[in-house]
Structures are given as structure tokens and as C-alpha cells.
Write a protein that binds this ligand. Structure first.
Ligand SMILES: [Zn+2]
Length: 187
């Protein structure tokens, strides 16, 4: 593989705010953005442990519970972690609120959110571009490339059709989302 000999450049995509969970609000009667309250709800009364992160509708006072743990054996969770749920640990709540995979598994769509891309964008010759995100980013790869390389839609499409931007795993770069990472070759 000749790509292995190329210089690798790494870009990191980070959310600046937790992504809103878009779902139907019965009170508002339409799709609304729900945001994390930072509060957990814990049910440890019975044989199983359930934990939710409470979300609030941005349009009214309606709440919705994001399932964090469902029907877990109480012994499977450490005392330390349980204390964090009970104490509404802000770092832990933030970690769950940033997890777009978790939001999707809970049946939500992801609303728009701010993010930043760090890493060098001035390439001298062809490079292997490794774009990654700790948050399993929902952002489209095309949006990241266009923003960082300052390409118009036309310029981006031309680079794709000329093969100057290629996905190593042959993903459709007009559609695919970042997820954890992607490897590209830019020439
Ligand atoms: Zn509402």
C-alpha cells in the first residue's frame, strides 16, 4: 500500500456543546429539541438498577428520560459510579449527553450543535488524513473537509470526482458521518 508511505495528518473534532436530542414533544405537539438537565434519575428499589438522564424540552417544561442503564444487576455497577449517579456528577452527565450513539439508541435524532476542528490544514503535497472524534461525532465528513479546507460545494465535488480526496475504506464521502474516525488520502 503506497498510502502507508504518506505523511499522516490528524484532525480532531470536538463538540463545544452537547448535541440536542430531537424528539416529538406531546405538549408542544411537534418535534422539539430536548437538552440535558444534568440530573440523573436512579431506580434501585428492586432487583434491577435503572438509570436515566433527564432531558427538558426547549419549548416547554416537559421532561424526557434518556435511558443510561436498563435492568442492570446492582452488583454490576461500582459503589463509586452509583454515588456519581446519585450525586448528579456533572462530568458523568456531560459524558452521556455528548454520546450521539446513546441518543440514537434512545430513538432520537440529533439536532445542530457547535463543534471545532483542530489540526493542520496546510498540506504540502499528498497526505494521509486521519480525522477522529472522542464523541462518536455525528458530523458529516464532507462538512468537516469543506470547512477546514475552505472548499465550496463545487470544489469539494471536483476533488472527489478527480480522486484528489479518497476514503481508504471507500465510504461515500458525500453522505457518510464521522463516527469515531475516518482515514482519507488527500492529494
Ligand atoms: Zn415541549
Amino acid at each position: 500500500m503506497k498510502n502507508k508511505f504518506l505523511r499522516t495528518v490528524v484532525w480532531e473534532v470536538q463538540y463545544l456543546t452537547p448535541p440536542p436530542a430531537v424528539r416529538y414533544c406531546k405538549k408542544c405537539g411537534r418535534q422539539k429539541e430536548f437538552v440535558s438537565s444534568g440530573q440523573f434519575r436512579v431506580n434501585a428499589q428492586r432487583k434491577y438498577l435503572d438509570v436515566w438522564l433527564i432531558y427538558k424540552c426547549s419549548g416547554c417544561e416537559a421532561t424526557w428520560n434518556l435511558t443510561v442503564l436498563s435492568r442492570i444487576h446492582p452488583k454490576a455497577v461500582s459503589r463509586e459510579l452509583l454515588d456519581k449517579f446519585h450525586g448528579n456528577d456533572q462530568i458523568l452527565a456531560h459524558k452521556y449527553a455528548m454520546n450521539t450513539d446513546l441518543l440514537k439508541r434512545n430513538g432520537c435524532k440529533i439536532g445542530p450543535y457547535d463543534y471545532k476542528i483542530t489540526g493542520c490544514a496546510a498540506f504540502d503535497g499528498p497526505v494521509r488524513l486521519h480525522i477522529r472524534s472522542n464523541d462518536a461525532s455525528d458530523v458529516k465528513v464532507s462538512a468537516i473537509l469543506r470547512e477546514k479546507l475552505q472548499l465550496s460545494r463545487k470544489e469539494f465535488e471536483d476533488m472527489l470526482s478527480d480522486g484528489r480526496i479518497q476514503s481508504e475504506s471507500e465510504k461515500d464521502l458525500t453522505k457518510c458521518r464521522l463516527g469515531k474516525e475516518i482515514l482519507l488520502v488527500i492529494s
